[in-house]
Design a binder for this molecule. Structure first.
Ligand SMILES: CC(C)(COP(=O)(O)OP(=O)(O)OC[C@H]1O[C@@H](n2cnc3c(N)ncnc32)[C@H](O)[C@@H]1OP(=O)(O)O)[C@@H](O)C(=O)NCCC(=O)NCCS
Length: 264
């Protein structure tokens, strides 16, 4: 993954949950809900564009994803903070303050996701079904790149197109979203394996010429390590996987790593 019905996080008493971050200890209300992205709602499409711009890559992806979402090949979801979590109000306020263009709520209007019907989650909000997404994550049953082996028929799903608002990174929201995608993949779609790709450690080091030229931040935890800490293992390296262009117009190719996790 470069650097891709509403479901509720299964309570988790380990890791982030135990530390009071994004996930929720057993018995408490869950911290995040995944709400399907509506490829036919103009405000959903525009919000995705804004979040991709904030993320920094795949900025024009939304138009490509619309037919794939409609066809049930990909399952792009909004990450929504649970209204009942004690920190939700302050986190959403921080997000709106940092990203004023994202202040308006969206409506839970998508009616089909990954080939099955979606009904509005009672967790999302009040009767208006409005919510303010603070990120997104895609759980896909199809992928153009064969190295991910993505195949709903074979029980291999992939995580792609993943972003958490910079107003709340590092508090466990991303981990909770991945955990929820893994739960959904197994329980709702019969998945056995999850795969993804991400930028390799070597291209994000402090002294990486690529990182410096592209003015990318120094990461506290690299993307590769972030997934390894969540049980993923590298099974393939892909040199020259994609490129980004620096301010002077120079193209910088990167090495990607493919990772997988056995779910059942
Ligand atoms: C990668 C990303 C989705 C992770 O989401 P997140 O909500 O920040 O992640 P969490 O809070 O659940 O994870 C916390 C962990 O990440 C580390 N971390 C990641 N980003 C951090 C940040 N900005 N500040 C502090 N800690 C951060 C923490 O040290 C912590 O490590 P541990 O739990 O393994 O000990 C998010 O940082 C992001 O959107 N980054 C930009 C886009 C991107 O890289 N997408 C993924 C492409 S593969």
């Amino acid at each position: 993954m470069e650097s891709s019905g509403a479901a509720v996080l299964t309570p988790d008493v380990t890791g982030a949950a135990a530390q009071g971050r994004g996930a929720s200890p057993a018995g408490e209300k869950p911290a995040i809900i995944l709400v399907p992205w509506d490829p036919d709602a103009p405000d959903h499409v525009e919000r995705m564009r804004l979040q991709r711009v904030a993320c920094g890559w795949k900025q024009d992806g939304a138009e490509t994803w619309r037919p794939l979402q409609r066809e049930g090949k990909i399952g792009l979801h909004w990450i929504v903070l649970s209204p009942s979590h004690p920190e939700t109000a302050s986190r959403v306020a921080a997000h709106k303050s940092q990203f004023p263009d994202e202040a308006a709520p969206l409506r839970d209007t998508c009616r089909s996701i990954l080939g099955r019907g979606h009904t509005v989650s009672p967790e999302v909000a009040d009767d208006s079904c409005l919510f303010v997404p603070v990120g997104h994550i895609s759980l896909d049953g199809w992928h153009a790149d064969p190295s991910l082996h993505t195949s709903a028929a074979d029980g291999v799903y992939s995580l792609t197109t993943f972003y958490v608002s910079r107003a709340m990174q590092g508090v466990g929201i991303g981990g909770a979203a991945v955990a929820e995608c893994e739960r959904m993949a197994v329980h709702d779609f019969g998945a056995k394996m999850m795969t993804l790709d991400t930028i390799s450690n070597e291209d994000v080091t402090v002294d990486s010429p690529r990182r410096i030229a592209l003015k990318r931040p120094i990461l506290k935890v690299t993307n590769q390590d972030w997934y390894v800490r969540r049980g993923y293992e590298v099974y393939q390296r892909r040199p020259n996987a994609w490129f980004d262009t620096d301010a002077a117009g120079k193209e910088w190719w990167c090495t990607a790593v493919c990772l997988r996790k056995t779910l059942v």
